[in-house]
Design a protein around this ligand. Structure first.
Ligand code: FAD
Ligand code: SF4
Length: 493
């Protein structure tokens, strides 16, 4: 029986972050582990609501009130089982998820005492499970059916684990030299140390999943060979086509890069891997301008400070969001548009809102010297975004390194899609039917490749759901959970 008055006795508290001057000297995670007493106290704030909106807002359908109560009583093993029942990788979501569950928590209603620290409870359960060794599941009798998963991000890995646990022979193909998708070389260690990925991969290997890295499917392994070696294929290839600004004057200048070029180089250096580019994309000693306002931009900011940039400015075309939920626009329990301050923002740099980039300025030797910006207003005309610069507000920001963190244009075109005869939707994604099957029979899709650039929690939910569909395709029926359909979207008003 949960504690119905816990939230009256305990305020919302989260563990402290490591001090900025210390954490900038390394790449380790920003947050300290939560003390057990604090985590149990915070879990006791959960009321076990009759209608748990936290659960509704989570694409995975995580049984949040259940594991909150188990943590409150110190039943860590049972809490880990309850958490793993709906989420293959809570060590990823506990660290990375923006936590739509917390925005939807009943305690987060406007004027309320503040959401249960669901994400913190989740990560501590995940840490407990990791310390306990993440034992592999009991093997299921082999079905004799083979599944090829292309892409080793959270969608591909979640599907692979689910399918292997039902007895299918699963091989994951990854073109990078290491597994994990964007979690490996996109997201920096200060948000997710890579030991968490490695620990989970060891479990998947022990459960029979085979991995082949350095294989660009479509190029290194042609599609006919892939299909001949498998009874079903899952495309979990992400939405990695970086959005660019090819028509902006000066884009061709040296020193202007897509954010992923910079992040991948930094992450590879931290991992002790050889560089993937010869370009000088380090921020060391440079004036850095990051264009974009999301997760990727914040990650570039944290990396730039750790590389000892001389100065960093982050530009966002949208106005400064409000500091609190605007009930008229985003009523509880939907995800609110508010000013999000990531740990990277408290490490330095300057954020500029409501500005648009007009051109990049040449230093006279073919490299960027400055970014020319102007104040701007964004509006929607017939559903299309229109950016109107304010005349007379043009000015220059010094820049030796410019990072474009303005999003992704969907699945990458190339030999894999060509070989399968698949085309992208107008959004650049790969379409599918209600059973996650693309227009090509036996070829399924999940994660960012299907949804467009999204979140880890949606990628895992899509991977789990597509696995259930593949299992049914191979065996007629499936007992695997399918938390979402391809058409499901975040909670909206
Ligand atoms: C910088 C950055 C920061 C982010 N931060 C967060 C965050 O804090 N929280 C959050 O929830 N989400 C975050 N995201 C989003 C999140 O990382 C993605 O939504 C998620 O990783 C998508 O998972 P996925 O499995 O669909 O694809 P991905 O993780 O993109 O993995 C796809 C994999 O497929 C491989 N691949 C592609 N084509 C082929 C081929 N032909 N052959 C073999 N392999 C192939 C790729 O190399 C890649 O490894 C961030 C994204 C970025 C870019
Ligand atoms: S909505 Fe909040 S208080 Fe209610 S069950 Fe979920 S976490 Fe607990």
């Amino acid at each position: 029986m949960p504690d119905p008055t816990g939230f009256l006795r305990h305020e919302r508290r989260i563990p402290t972050r490591r001090p900025v001057p210390i954490r900038l000297n390394d790449w380790r995670e920003v947050y300290r582990d939560g003390a057990e007493a604090l985590v149990r106290e915070q879990a006791a704030r959960c009321m076990d609501c009759g209608v748990p909106f936290c659960h509704q807002a989570c694409p995975l359908g995580n049984r949040i009130p259940d594991w909150n109560d188990l943590v409150r009583t110190g039943a860590w093993a049972e809490a880990a089982d309850a958490l793993h029942a709906t989420n293959n990788f809570p060590e990823f979501t506990g660290r990375l998820c923006p936590a739509p569950c917390e925005a939807a928590c009943v305690l987060a209603i406007p004027g309320g005492p503040g959401a249960v620290t669901i994400k913190q409870v989740e990560v501590e359960i995940a840490n407990w499970a990791y310390a306990a060794g993440l034992p592999p599941s009991e093997p299921a009798p082999p079905t004799g059916r083979r599944v090829a998963v292309v892409g080793s991000g959270p969608a591909g890995l979640a599907a692979a684990q689910q399918l292997a646990r039902t007895g299918h022979a699963v091989t994951v193909f990854e073109r990078d030299d290491a597994l994990g998708g964007l979690l490996r070389y996109g997201i920096p260690d200060f948000k997710l140390e890579k030991r968490w990925i490695d620990g989970r991969l060891a479990q998947l290997s022990a459960e029979g999943v085979r991995f082949r890295t350095g294989v660009d499917v479509g190029a290194d392994l042609n599609v006919d060979e892939l299909r001949a070696g498998s009874d079903a294929v899952l495309l979990a290839t992400g939405a990695l086509a970086g959005r660019d600004v090819p028509t902006l004057p000066g884009r061709e200048l040296a020193g202007i890069h897509l954010a992923m070029t910079h992040l991948t180089a930094a992450n590879r250096t931290v991992a002790g891997r050889p560089p993937a580019t010869r370009l000088d994309v380090s921020a060391a000693g440079k004036q850095v301008v990051i264009i974009g306002g999301g997760d990727t931009a914040a990650d570039c900011l944290g990396v730039a400070h750790r590389q000892r940039a001389a100065g960093v400015a982050q530009l966002d075309v949208y106005p400064t969001p409000p500091g609190w939920r605007d009930e008229a626009r985003d009523p509880w329990p939907t995800w609110p548009w508010i000013l999000r301050t990531y740990p990277a923002h408290e490490e330095g740099g300057e954020r500029r809102f409501a500005v648009t980039v007009q051109s990049f300025v040449d230093d006279g030797h073919g490299a960027v010297r400055a970014v020319r910006i102007a104040d701007a207003t964004v509006s929607r005309v017939d559903g299309t975004r229109v950016i109107a610069p304010h005349p007379g507000t043009e000015r220059e920001l010094p820049a030796d390194l410019v990072l474009l963190a303005i999003g992704f244009d969907g699945a990458e075109p190339g030999p894999l899609l060509d070989g399968l005869g698949l085309t992208r939707t107008a959004r650049g994604t790969l379409g599918c039917g209600p059973d996650w099957q693309t227009a090509v029979p036996g070829v399924f899709v999940a994660g960012d490749a299907h949804r467009g650039a999204s979140l880890v929690v949606w990628a895992i939910a899509e991977g789990r759901s597509a696995a259930a569909a593949i299992d049914a395709y191979l065996g007629g029926t499936s007992g695997l959970p399918a938390p979402i359909t391809p058409a499901d979207m975040p909670l909206t008003a």
